[in-house]
Ligand binder design. Structure first.
Ligand SMILES: [Zn+2]
Ligand SMILES: [Zn+2]
Length: 349
């Protein structure tokens, strides 16, 4: 099999070859047709997340190098182990990548994406910037019939991240409207899922005017520029005293400072993005504002299935996708890092 692999942290990916694995037990071998390029691949390539104040979260772990990144995977079944039941040779699936150990309490309750001994495709085990990928069990193969293949792959990361976060916000919308901060790919997905899941008004905020306008055409009730001096007051006024929930899809010190400020008493601020930085709030403000602060990280297999149903029902506008060959993977990560990518890049090995 051909791969584009991480051979050293902070260095470009390189072409590597490995024997194509033959699936054992419940394993399924996918012939990768699409693998989305994701911002988190950049952090994995660097080997750390920026925690602000010069602090770094080392994410090198015990990953054996060369390692193949790529967690937004779709492809067709090429081979299956003897215990892999219910899979059809040649059928197209998206692979749920957020796989846990399958043995712990978190996995047993269906939260494999939160498992502390993960086997995440493209993060802890070899992923999809390759001609083939091994999936440990057919239950991670998502039926995406009727969804454009390039979009199906991205759904497992940006789609699921947007869906999982918006779902957490729903109970707080009795307090006030929803505010979505950061209108990149995930934020736009979140906006559309929110439109499908609630009749409450949805506010959006982004420094980019084009993105704000795009969000308004997708059904946002009001759009705000975080760089405007009076923006907090404007949101407080438009929401009638504060928003019920703010979802921060950027996840920087600046974006979170902006996002939590207009949350009404009894509301929630939900962090999703991983840009980095740190944040302080006087401790008494949590009880005085009855403020809930929470994080949201991708979503479970159950949420993935719910989300796919919404997409199949036509609730999500098609995302602009640019396809590139496998040998363009490293360049695509560089382009993403430099902000040169509009829409999404999907590698087609
Ligand atoms: Zn991703
Ligand atoms: Zn587990």
């Amino acid at each position: 099999m051909h791969r584009q692999s991480l051979v050293d942290y902070g260095k470009p990916l390189q072409a590597t070859e490995a024997p194509t694995p033959s699936p054992q037990g419940s394993e399924v071998l996918l012939r990768v047709s699409h693998c989305g390029v994701c911002h988190s691949d950049i952090h994995l390539q660097d080997g750390y997340f920026d925690l602000g104040g010069g602090q770094k979260l080392d994410v090198r772990g015990n990953r054996p190098l060369p390692f193949t990144l790529g967690h937004e995977i779709a492809g067709t079944v090429e081979a299956a182990g003897p215990e892999a039941k219910g899979v059809t040779q040649g059928k197209f699936y998206a692979a749920y990548p957020w796989i846990g150990c399958g043995k712990c309490g978190l996995c047993a309750r269906g939260d494999e994406h939160l498992c502390n001994a993960p086997r995440v495709l493209g993060v802890t085990v070899d992923g999809g910037y390759a001609t083939h990928v091994l999936v440990p069990h057919p239950r991670y193969l998502m039926d995406v019939d009727g969804i454009a293949p390039a979009i199906a792959s991205a759904l497992m990361c940006s789609g699921l991240t947007g869906y999982g976060a918006v779902k957490k916000a729903l109970p707080y919308l009795r307090v006030g409207p929803l505010l979505i901060v950061g209108l990149g790919g995930v934020g736009m997905m979140g906006l559309q899922f929110a439109r499908a899941l609630t009749d409450k008004p949805i506010f959006v905020a982004d420094i980019d005017k084009t993105k704000r306008e795009a969000a308004l055409t997708l059904g946002a009730a009001e759009a705000f520029d975080p760089a405007d001096g009076g923006v907090r007051k404007a949101i407080m006024k438009a929401s009638g005293g504060g928003v019920g929930a703010a979802v921060d899809f950027a996840g920087s010190d600046k974006s979170f400072a902006f996002a939590h400020a207009p949350v009404a008493k009894g509301g929630a601020a939900i962090v999703v993005g991983l840009i980095g930085g740190s944040f302080t709030l006087p401790v008494p403000m949590f009880p005085l504002r009855a403020l809930t602060v929470m994080g949201s990280y991708v979503g479970s297999t159950g949420e993935a299935a719910e989300m796919i149903e919404l997409v199949k029902a036509g609730k999500i506008a098609p995302i602009p996708v640019e396809k590139r060959p496998l040998d363009q993977t490293s360049k695509s990560l560089d382009d993403l890092r430099e902000g040169k990518i509009v829409g999404r890049v999907v590698i087609t090995p």
